[in-house]
Design a binder for this molecule. Structure first.
Ligand code: PFF
Length: 448
């Protein structure tokens, strides 16, 4: 690459698969499963789809538009468009919030990915039957940190390789493999006796569980987290695009693929758990379904369970890796643009600092839970709110920037959503989640 020229994706498919790789991750399987269990099955799924359409898609298109239009990392990209519109230079602080969110999320995301790495190995050897006790032993402490370090080292290694020869190449291999695994396991789950109860649980709408403000807030937060929105990941990926992409169409493809994998995850997880009567192990905990109930199902399946369990945790790991890459790339591209660092230094320094920050989450699952709540409820939702106001009200001609020569009408609707609906929903979410997030932070301090 010539000095000063910006890296680019090799192909459109490469960009789309990398963006889908960012979106599809632990959020689609771990978060989606426990939120759906808690939020009333299909009732939650419908809410989540609604928030994806009304809030997720418009913000996704906003991120892609700013990224491609500026060809810069988040802080510089916001400064660029704020300057062009005669707006305040302080808008770049929103970019600082984005980069901080990347730091925070990857720190605990890496710890969960570390559990996943460990579970892939353990699945192959056969899980011990007391899966709850086992999870309690491995979730926190030095081994949890060790697996996190290994996972982070792989993530850093890929980001070191650069946009097209690192991120794009891995995504082109990983995403088709992940789709094949998820479809294969979902089909296998359908063949198990007793899986029907799982479908009933998943696909029936238990409205009484869904109609509450906390579940609304969760569904909106999940639409954001799952699409990697509100912290500049999609913005950063789009900054490596040329001009000839049809961003509205690509946003729709990314959102559809992301939802598709989440939906399929439900078609794997619930039938597997219910076929073995393990619903009580799902419990009220965020990790019950994936790290306690499922391993028990794999134990009950005997030899087949070793293979299916291994493939399941490999799929989860692949999803986590392509998402972690995008989280790190936000911080790395900001350091390259803002500090003028070469990629190698940016990846090593940022990756190491994030790995160290993960020690907190590896130390205690309570700390991990609070990091997740703060990142999701405050940073991503706050970041998305700032971005929708910026594109809806401040930026000059966002429709012209987003357009590929296509439909004006749809883009007007987009601006309308960004101006009114998206901020209204996100303010509502923030308003309702700040007190509970604050309480969880205080509880953590009180306990320590
Ligand atoms: N979308 C990822 C998932 O569903 O697991 C998580 C994520 C990745 C969130 C990248 C935010 C982000 F910038």
């Amino acid at each position: 690459m010539a000095a000063g020229s910006r890296e680019q994706w090799n192909s459109k498919a490469g960009f789309i698969l990398a963006a889908v790789g960012s979106a599809v991750g632990l959020g689609n399987m771990w978060r989606f499963s426990y939120l759906t269990a808690e939020g009333g099955g299909a009732a939650f799924v419908v809410l989540y789809i609604a928030f994806t359409l009304v809030v997720g898609l418009p913000v996704l298109l906003a991120e892609l538009t700013i990224g491609r239009g500026s060809g810069k990392s988040p802080i510089q990209a916001l400064a660029h468009f704020a300057h062009a519109a005669g707006g305040s230079p302080a808008w770049k602080l929103l970019g600082v919030v984005f980069v901080s969110a990347g730091f925070l999320i990857l720190a605990y995301y890496g710890v969960i990915a570390g559990w996943t790495l460990r579970y892939a190995g353990e699945a192959l050897m056969g899980f011990a039957p007391d899966t709850a006790g086992h999870f309690g032993e491995i979730a926190a402490g030095a081994p949890a940190f060790g697996f996190h370090v290994v996972f982070m080292a792989v993530t850093i290694g890929i980001v070191l390789g650069g946009v097209s020869s690192g991120i794009e190449r891995v995504s082109m291999l990983a995403m088709p493999a992940l789709f094949a695994l998820v479809i294969g396991i979902a089909v296998y789950a359908a063949t198990l006796d007793g899986s029907g109860a799982g479908y009933t649980y998943y696909l029936n709408a238990r409205l009484e569980n869904a109609l509450s403000i906390p579940i609304f807030v969760d569904a909106a937060g999940q639409a954001f987290f799952s699409l990697s929105l509100g912290m500049g990941a999609m913005l950063t990926y789009a900054s490596y695009l040329g001009r000839d992409n049809d961003l509205p169409v690509e946003s729709a493809i990314i959102a559809t693929a992301d939802f598709g994998v989440a939906f399929l995850a439900g078609l794997m997880v619930f039938p597997l758990i219910f076929a073995f009567g393990l619903q009580s192990d799902v419990g009220g905990s965020t990790v019950g379904a994936l790290f306690v109930a499922l391993p028990k199902a794999f134990v009950s399946m005997g030899a087949a369970g070793r293979i299916v369990g291994f493939l399941f945790f490999v799929a989860l790991l692949v999803g986590a890796l392509t998402s972690a890459i995008s989280l790190l790339e936000v911080v790395v591209s900001a350091a390259m643009d803002g500090l003028g660092w070469p990629r190698a230094r940016a990846a090593m320094v940022a990756g190491s600092l994030i790995t160290l920050l993960g020690a907190g989450a590896a130390w205690s699952t309570d700390v991990l839970g609070v990091m997740d709540a703060v990142a999701n409820n405050l940073f991503l939702v706050g970041g998305g709110l700032g971005l929708s106001i910026f594109v809806g009200w401040v930026m000059d001609d966002p429709v012209g920037e987003a357009r590929a020569g296509g439909s004006q009408g749809a883009l007007r609707l987009w601006i309308g959503l960004l101006r009114y609906a998206v901020p209204a929903v996100l303010v509502f979410v923030l308003w309702n989640s700040i007190p509970s997030t604050w309480k969880s932070i205080m509880a953590l301090f009180a306990a320590s």
